[in-house]
Design a protein around this ligand. Structure first.
Ligand SMILES: *[C@@H]1O[C@H](CO)[C@@H](O)[C@H](O)[C@H]1NC(C)=O
Ligand SMILES: *[C@@H]1O[C@H](CO)[C@@H](O)[C@H](O)[C@H]1NC(C)=O
Ligand SMILES: *[C@@H]1O[C@H](CO)[C@@H](O)[C@H](O)[C@H]1NC(C)=O
Ligand SMILES: *[C@@H]1O[C@H](CO)[C@@H](O)[C@H](O)[C@H]1NC(C)=O
Ligand SMILES: *[C@@H]1O[C@H](CO)[C@@H](O)[C@H](O)[C@H]1NC(C)=O
Ligand SMILES: *[C@@H]1O[C@H](CO)[C@@H](O)[C@H](O)[C@H]1NC(C)=O
Ligand SMILES: *[C@@H]1O[C@H](CO)[C@@H](O)[C@H](O)[C@H]1NC(C)=O
Length: 443
């Protein structure tokens, strides 16, 4: 018994020594490679090759594990070096049992790509995303690198495609800066069940035939901000006309466009205290709250501020959409300093959201209240620039419109509005006129 535990102790000591040894040999290696200090874990030093064809997942995972348990006094950094292309299989960076008390920096200066064919994805046993960070508290993801999901082959089989690109889940205090995202299979970035997440200076691009490639999706998350970013994720019209050639998939494709669509930013259930500022959006669907209340669910979104956004040829501008039959609320929402460049419908509230042909008429609805539109200008692609379709049983209340000027992109034509069951106020500088709101000059 005593002998046994002594052996065990020695083995343990050996194990610890060898871990320290490998860690320091990794460190000295990477010093040679890039000249960074002790707390930098270059994926190359952990076996990643970066030739764009070798699977580098293991090297990334190991670099993360070392960074996550680094005892260095400074913040540990996982480095993805410039000038190389790293192929990654679906991968999760878990922060749950990290022992570092510092935040971890993930410095992405190189390019990261997904397998180019859906059949080459190794999902064990299955996965709904490509790269995710989970259970992290204190994470900075930054750099001048690119994350490319090589989604084009997924888009062709979009009836089977549920793969999100890049997910931050169950995490707190996350910052993302500078990275460029391209061609995700489905939504590019998803923030889920997280708090204090700040994205800045991101670029997100996918071509116009990419279905359901939302830019950034937010759900069950509080205190999230997105600033200074460019989001171009395609347009639905091109996609639909294109998808009809694949008859078997049609029903399912339509079904997918229910849950995502390709919004620049989509704000889903459980989002609260969300700031979105200085965004250039389009082509794409615009910025959407919802859809909320599908299958009679109770869903809620509140305290959303969208400020200084320009829409370029988007199908919608700022939109709130809810299904008939839902419960819950969307409230305390502000859209301010918005410019529309020919977006099809710049302002939309739709409580009859129905991307199918037929949706059952139902009385209950997600309640929409306290929505403020201020300083919204530019051109509308269609005559109806403002569309407020609220529920009969649960009308929209306290809808405020101040200083709105939306002209028709076709200069020979006017703009108009539709307005059902919406209550609130407009000042005298609102064009087109929104007749169901009351005039009020001090808003
Ligand atoms: C970090 O160390 C803890 C123990 O301190 C261990 O439980 C955990 O598995 C380690 N994490 C990684 C990613 O190596
Ligand atoms: C934004 O990111 C790009 C690319 O990473 C970088 O070159 C640029 O300096 C960043 N801009 C700001 C204002 O940080
Ligand atoms: C959102 O903006 C408000 C007002 O500028 C600020 O007080 C708040 O901290 C911001 N929240 C986030 C999550 O950035
Ligand atoms: C989130 O923001 C709200 C409003 O700014 C604030 O009251 C709350 O404390 C913040 N939550 C966290 C976790 O910081
Ligand atoms: C508004 O956002 C754009 C980016 O779309 C930025 O260039 C501009 O400086 C912002 N304006 C203000 C007043 O912050
Ligand atoms: C639903 O209600 C609308 C408006 O009241 C009505 O025009 C439509 O026929 C109804 N549809 C069904 C399927 O009952
Ligand atoms: C949020 O909205 C609710 C209901 O619409 C309203 O009573 C409340 O005053 C609003 N809160 C703020 C801070 O605007």
């Amino acid at each position: 018994m005593a002998m046994g535990s002594l052996k065990l102790l020695m083995m343990l000591l050996l194990l610890i020594e060898s871990t320290i040894f490998t860690e320091s040999s990794h460190r000295s290696k990477q010093k040679k490679v890039d000249g960074y200090g002790d707390s930098v874990f270059n994926v190359i030093s952990f076996g990643a090759i970066g030739d764009g064809t070798t699977d580098d997942s293991k090297g990334f995972k190991q670099a993360w594990d070392f960074a996550c348990n680094s005892s260095a006094a400074s913040s540990p950094t996982v480095l993805v070096p410039q000038g190389k292309t790293f192929l990654l299989q679906p991968l999760t960076f878990n922060g749950k049992s990290c022992s570092t008390s510092n935040y971890i920096t993930f410095q992405i200066d190189g390019k990261i790509i997904a397998p180019s064919k859906p059949s080459a994805w190794e999902c064990k046993p299955n996965c709904d995303h490509w790269i995710s960070f989970r259970k992290c508290d204190g994470l900075l993801i930054q750099g001048s690198g690119t994350i490319n999901g090589q989604g084009s082959k997924w888009w062709r089989i979009s009836c089977k495609n549920k793969k999100k690109g890049f997910v931050i889940a169950d995490s707190n205090n996350v910052e993302m800066r500078g990275i460029r995202f391209e061609d995700s299979p489905k939504m590019h970035i998803s923030f889920e069940r997280s708090t204090m997440v700040h994205a800045n200076n991101l670029t997100i691009k996918a071509p116009s035939n990419s279905p359901n490639t939302d830019g950034i999706h937010i759900q069950h998350s509080t205190n999230v901000s997105i600033h200074n970013s460019l989001i171009q994720t395609g347009s639905v019209q091109l996609f639909l006309s294109w998808s009809f050639s694949i008859s078997l998939c049609i029903y399912i494709i339509i079904d997918f466009s229910i849950t995502s669509g390709d919004d620049c930013v989509s704000i889903g259930n459980g989002a609260k205290y969300i700031n979105i500022t200085n965004i250039k959006c389009g082509p794409g669907h615009g910025i959407s709250i919802g859809s909320l209340g599908i299958n009679r669910k109770t869903e809620q979104v509140e305290y959303v501020h969208v400020k200084n956004v320009s829409f370029h040829g988007t199908t919608n501008g700022v939109r709130i959409k809810t299904w008939q039959g839902g419960h819950g609320h969307a409230r305390n929402i502000t859209f301010k300093h918005i410019t529309s460049h020919a977006s099809t419908h710049p302002i939309v509230i739709d409580q009859y959201y129905c991307p199918h042909k037929h949706c059952k008429n139902q009385t209950s609805a997600v309640e929409i209240s306290n929505v403020r539109y201020e300083d919204i200008k530019g051109t509308s692609g269609r005559r109806i620039a403002v569309q407020l379709s609220c529920s009969e049983s649960t009308p929209c209340t306290n809808i405020i419109m101040k200083d709105i000027s939306l002209r028709n992109k076709d200069q020979n034509d006017d703009t108009s509005s539709t307005c059902f069951n919406a209550h609130g106020f407009t000042n005298s500088r609102v064009e087109p006129n929104v007749p169901c709101l009351q005039k009020h000059d001090h808003l």
